[in-house]
Design a protein. Structure first.
Length: 67
């Protein structure tokens, strides 16, 4: 999601009559590794990644529901 779209969406939610929590985002699933890849490309850098394989595992994935 582009920041302009996010800001516009937040404004629309604030000005609406929606009272319950909702997700504002894409239904496209993006892994943390994919997100780091995107940031690296934008910043023109390469980060060294460290994985703690002994850390507790959460759910395999979560995606936002769209309206």
């Amino acid at each position: 999601m582009y920041i302009d779209d996010c800001v516009k969406g937040i404004g629309m939610i604030v000005e609406s009559e929606i009272l319950e929590p909702i997700n504002l985002g894409s239904s496209e699933a993006v892994s943390i590794n994919q997100l780091v890849d995107i940031v690296e490309d934008i910043a023109g850098i390469k980060l060294k990644r460290h994985y703690d394989l002994s850390a507790p595992k959460g759910v395999n994935g979560r995606t936002a529901t769209t309206l």
